[in-house]
Design a protein around this ligand. Structure first.
Ligand code: MTE
Ligand code: MO
Length: 223
């Protein structure tokens, strides 16, 4: 088993995140993803709409930028590229050249992805993990899964997807641990300005505290 540079395998798949001390967000009765940006009219993708699109299953490892990797996860969902080609392209304003896509979760977490990275064939709008519907620790009802990019790209509890023709400003671009704009795991793109190797020790030191906080907010132990 080969992991990307600077990653170490962990047992299982911990709940983890920056919005982690809270319990997972409540899921609305009729969850839907609001779609906006350069469309002739705004769209809504409900779960039944999503279920009608062609599905795909992938097996992949999951790599958090802090340095842990969960191995051999089985995700099911709709390829992002299928959703984009069938639902978005036909609805775009004429001439709109989409370059970036932003994703937002019900807890306010968000990520920004280049269209090129989002269209990779292992990127899913995932609603099942290891043969079961996604639970709230791992992003119910639907999350982005992009195994070639660090965990923070993989926004859980999706409620909004927006399309852009220029890169939207990243909210953490001035922070000490500013996240890399592409975040590709094999190129070790952890930090926006510093080499991935150089930030390994700093990031690794965050795993313990973040794991403890994430577990506290978890559905299993928190209620
Ligand atoms: N909505 C939401 N998505 C999120 C996060 C979060 O806090 N909220 N954390 C990100 C980070 S940093 C990681 S490593 C992964 C962790 O996914 P997991 O909790 O399923 O292990 O989710 C990502 N997506
Ligand atoms: Mo992460």
């Amino acid at each position: 088993m080969t992991l990307p540079p600077g990653q170490r395998a962990v047992e299982g798949f911990p709940r983890f995140g920056t919005h982690l001390h809270h319990p997972p967000p409540a899921i609305p009765a009729d969850p839907a993803i609001a779609i906006s940006g350069h469309l002739t009219e705004p769209l809504t993708l409900s779960l039944p709409d999503l279920a009608r699109l062609p599905r795909r299953e992938i097996r992949a490892d999951f790599h958090c930028v802090a340095g842990w990797s969960a191995t051999n996860l089985r995700w099911e969902g709709v390829p992002f590229a299928t959703f984009y080609r069938t639902r978005i392209e036909p609805a775009l304003e004429p001439g709109a050249a989409i370059s970036h896509v932003s994703f937002e979760g019900l807890d306010g977490f968000g990520s920004i992805v280049t269209l090129e990275d989002a269209l990779a064939d292992d990127v899913l709008l995932a609603d099942r993990l290891d043969g079961r519907p996604l639970d709230s620790d791992h992003g119910a009802p639907v999350r982005l899964v992009s195994p070639g990019q660090y965990g923070f790209i993989n926004t859980k509890h999706l409620c909004r997807i927006e399309f852009h023709t220029v890169a939207p400003p990243s909210p953490d671009r001035f922070s000490l641990i500013a996240s890399h704009a592409r975040a590709r795991v094999w190129a070790e793109e952890r930090h926006r300005y510093l080499p991935g190797r150089a930030v390994r020790p700093l990031y690794r030191s965050l795993i313990g505290p973040i794991r403890a906080l994430s577990a506290r907010g978890s559905r299993v132990r928190g209620r």
